[in-house]
Design a protein around this ligand. Structure first.
Ligand SMILES: [Zn+2]
Length: 388
């Protein structure tokens, strides 16, 4: 097979040119990367969705043993529709020391730097493996990487650490909040609005539940953790969408609403849900069933991303401190795949080029200095992996 070589800049150009908006297939990008890696004899594994339109790629450079580091990046990008771009989002434009294009900061430049350096990684006698984990559908709830992680856990030697290359301006980030989104569906019983004793008003029931959520939010705010570093420094709640009822003179039979919480690491999502379910079952449902015996309240998890929890003396953070020379770490307000790697017991930290301030924006860019910083970081990582 051909051994293509790319500078990091050339690799960024190539990756950006694949329109991997989450709604679209990422297979063309994965095929390109897979062919490139196989050209160097690197073993790759794919996991993906059922219809084959999207795939993750996991590759191991160096020895096929436990340990080493996973460099983790998502291949998908957020939509450009409705945004005012001055140039084609899928063609990299260099201007004033910056590279413009969708995904330059979030987060194809990190993956591109790692890929461009593969020949340089291979030139060293690596004693510890460097793995690449490229995922799909990160931007729509960290969905794709779950099958990659399941495959990793079940079938592969366990890596010691994960570095999530999300844009942190190459600073060390060891924590973010977790997200859970739920849908609650309340089913009451329709009746003429003049006859509440013959129906069950789903909107009244929903309003009690929503008020309970609001009170949970107030309680978390009253017990903020000011030195946690999070903005705001407490678990938050939101009710974002509600639908219910059909006419003013009909007792509403149905009401459904979407709500979420974003938890500080250490705040247990399961116990929040359990408290809500108990209130629904013991306080709201009996009222709703007074004249509507078949009434129901059903809450289902719509999507969730676990928190990235700061680790005490975490191996990944220690390594990134060693490689960057930084001795401070911070937390961020956006969610990543990191908590999912932590869930299978792998030490995880975030460090990647570019700024989250540019992510998801029109005219997204990355400073070329950040790309160079990332390359230097990855070369130091490779030296570490080649050492004893
Ligand atoms: Zn991202």
């Amino acid at each position: 097979m051909a051994r293509d070589t790319f500078t990091t800049r050339e690799m960024i150009d190539r990756l950006i040119a694949f329109d991997t908006t989450s709604a679209l297939s990422n297979i063309a990008l994965i095929d390109f990367v897979d062919d490139y890696l196989q050209g160097y004899g690197v073993t790759t594994r794919r996991t993906g969705n059922e219809d084959g339109s999207k795939a993750n790629l996991f590759a191991t450079i160096g020895p096929d043993i436990e340990g080493g580091v996973v460099l983790s990046g998502h291949t998908d990008v957020v939509p450009v529709a409705g945004q005012d771009w001055v140039s084609d989002p899928f063609t990299v434009v260099e201007k004033d020391g910056r590279l413009y294009g969708r995904g330059t900061s979030d987060m194809k430049s990190f993956s591109a730097a790692a890929l461009a350096l593969v020949p340089s990684f291979l030139a060293r006698p690596l004693k510890k493996p460097i793995h690449l984990a490229l995922s799909y559908d990160e931007e729509v709830g960290c969905l794709g990487v779950r099958s990659l992680i399941a495959d990793l856990k079940a079938n592969l030697p366990r890596p010691a650490m994960v570095i999530i290359g999300e844009p942190t301006s190459m600073r060390i980030v060891n924590g973010h909040k977790g997200i859970a989104v739920y849908e609650t569906r309340v089913t009451g019983q329709a009746a003429h609005s003049s006859q509440p004793h013959r129906g069950g008003n789903a909107i009244f029931a929903a309003s009690m539940l929503i008020d309970f959520i609001r009170k949970m939010a107030e309680a978390k705010r009253a017990n903020a953790v000011p030195d946690s570093g999070y903005e705001p420094p407490y678990t938050t709640f939101n009710v974002g969408v509600i639908n219910g009822g059909t006419a003013q003179n009909i007792i509403a039979q149905d009401c459904n609403f979407f709500w979420e919480h974003r938890t500080l690491p250490g705040d247990d999502p399961a116990s929040i849900l359990a408290g809500y379910e108990t209130y629904a079952a013991e306080t709201v449902l009996p009222k709703l069933r007074e004249f509507a015996p078949d009434a129901q309240i059903v809450t289902a998890l719509h999507s969730s991303v676990p928190a990235l929890t700061p680790e005490d003396d975490g191996a990944a953070e220690q390594l990134v401190r060693l490689l960057t020379g930084l001795n401070a770490s911070e937390v961020v307000s956006f969610a990543t795949e990191g908590g999912l790697f932590q869930e299978i017991g792998i030490s995880t930290v975030m460090c990647g080029p570019g700024s989250i301030d540019q992510a998801h924006q029109p005219n997204e860019f990355i400073d070329i200095a950040q790309v160079e910083h990332c390359e230097a970081f990855l070369n130091k990582l490779a030296d570490w992996a080649a050492g004893d």
